[in-house]
Write a protein that binds this ligand. Structure first.
Ligand SMILES: [Zn+2]
Length: 357
């Protein structure tokens, strides 16, 4: 909590010090998409571009999205879904990414990007498990959960603040320097997003939406809760419910089973073969490990991974993990250093201009 407040305060300092607040009040789709794109620039070095892997995740995502488009036509979804035109949510701009990270997580910034960490992929036993998590992430987009969070926080940072810092970002190498801007921008937004988070209600709703997309897109209803069950089996459901912003995993698994039980008989016709056979799935997982090992291990990848590590994990676990806190602290420190450098540079510039007159 202390860390979260610190980070939030720093974000405010950065924002107020460098630029006026870009948007106050209701977050529009355009604002959320813009924020998500800035964030993506910081995460991009960790994105797996291997055509086979990228093609696979996009094929699963495409099925989820095509189903959502059809359900939207039938007026499906919460009221927030109908607040603005939702056509962008079904466009080819919508991207699911595998990101190279040892962190167990999946996340979306609410715009056109949804991230599945390779660690999560590796822990999925079946495509059903992967598709369930992806459908859940897309549920956050469909339900406009980040919009609501931005409204709660009533602060939308423009990139200018971060870019101001970025001018002074120290790059460890050639890539690092170019990447400083993206990192600083994304780091500030990580702070913003950590401050917002998803509420318990959002998570439950994303499960509901995700289940409906998953089932109608043809995956097996009996397996929607499998990945969450595997997390319970690993002991990740141990936080007292009262302290959590998040439905306990066991409740989510129970809800998934109940939803499967209540499906109409006609739902049997929705079933389709998985995108990959179990054998192909295992092969793709092996490939992800291999590709991850050969990604250029430069500063930019390291920083993208640090950002990924700091992001909320509320889609999977109510507990803030120690390594997550550590990553947040590191980002705070780096932003502070950048801020300090910026101040120094400004002072020097002022001195310089006085001397010249
Ligand atoms: Zn979630």
């Amino acid at each position: 909590m202390v860390l979260r407040n610190l980070l939030r305060r720093l974000v405010l300092i950065v924002a107020l010090g460098s630029v006026s607040l870009a948007g106050v009040g209701c977050a529009t789709d355009a604002a959320v998409i813009d924020q998500a794109n800035q964030m993506h620039a910081g995460l991009e070095p960790a994105v797996i571009t291997d055509p086979q892997l990228a093609g696979y995740i996009q094929a699963i995502g495409g099925r989820i999205i095509a189903t959502a488009r059809e359900m939207n036509r039938q007026n499906y979804g919460p009221s927030a879904h109908r607040e603005e035109d939702s056509q962008w949510m079904y466009s080819s701009e919508m991207q699911f990414h595998f990101v190279n990270s040892k962190t167990l997580n999946a996340f979306t910034t609410g715009g056109e990007h949804m991230y599945i960490y390779t660690e999560l992929f590796e822990q999925c036993q079946t495509e059903d498990e992967l598709a369930a998590v992806m459908a859940h992430e897309y549920g956050h987009v469909y339900g406009r959960h980040i919009h609501k969070a931005m409204n709660r926080q009533y602060i939308v940072l423009g990139s200018a603040a971060a870019m101001g810092l970025a001018g002074y970002a120290a790059g460890g190498d050639k890539h690092g320097e170019e990447y400083g801007a993206a990192f600083a921008g994304a780091a500030v937004l990580v702070g913003n997003i950590i401050g917002m988070g998803y509420t318990r209600k959002d998570e439950a709703q994303a499960d509901q939406l995700g289940f409906d997309f998953y089932v109608r897109a043809g995956w097996d209803p009996a397996h929607f809760g499998d990945f969450f069950q595997s997390l319970i089996d690993k002991g990740m459901d141990t936080t007292p419910e009262m302290l959590s912003d998040h439905p306990p995993l066991r409740d989510r698994v129970a809800a998934a089973r109940e939803r499967a039980r209540q499906l109409p008989p006609a739902s049997r016709n929705w079933r389709r073969p998985n995108v990959a056979t179990p054998q192909q799935f295992a092969e793709l997982k092996r490939r992800a490990i291999e590709v991850g090992q050969y990604m250029p291990d430069d500063k930019s990848l390291e920083k993208a991974q640090e950002l990924l590590q700091a992001l909320p994990r509320s889609c999977l676990t109510p507990v803030v993990q120690p390594d997550q806190q550590e990553a947040q602290q590191q980002i705070i420190d780096e932003l502070r250093q950048m801020e300090q450098k910026q101040r120094q540079a400004e002072q020097e510039a002022r001195r310089g201009s006085k001397g010249g007159s």
